[in-house]
Design a protein around this ligand. Structure first.
Ligand SMILES: [Zn+2]
Length: 122
């Protein structure tokens, strides 16, 4: 599939995780991404347009934690970065998109949820 100006990629079927930020309008931006519709403005829009299932985890923050969250995904055993530059054109990360092998996919939520805590966040 074509990902904007990045080029054309042959992506493996499976689960992917993407980290993005919306300093204004987090919920509206997320809602837009979850529909998979609309103009393809960001790299993730191309992937969302063909995704069979979509899920978002919103992490409100006063500071920009996008790259550190991407770093957590990067360190997950079974995570890989199939497209250099995806979602990371304005930072120094290799990518903000991660392909998740089954063992990595199973651990994504615990990675962002403090132990013993449900949906509530401090
Ligand atoms: Zn980054």
């Amino acid at each position: 599939m074509r990902i904007g100006k990045l080029g054309v990629f042959d992506l493996e079927a499976g689960r992917y995780a993407y980290v993005g930020s919306a300093l204004n309008g987090l919920e509206a931006r997320t809602r837009r991404h979850l529909t998979g519709q609309g103009k393809k403005r960001w790299h993730i829009d191309h992937l969302m347009a063909v995704a069979e299932e979509r899920e978002a985890l919103l992490i409100p923050s006063e500071v920009d934690i996008e790259c550190s969250l991407a770093g957590r995904l990067r360190s997950l055993p079974g995570a890989s970065e199939p497209i250099t530059g995806f979602g990371s054109s304005d930072c120094r990360c290799r990518s903000h998109l991660f392909f998740l092998a089954p063992q990595a996919a199973a651990r994504v939520k615990e990675l962002f949820t403090p132990a013993g805590e449900g949906a509530e966040r401090p």
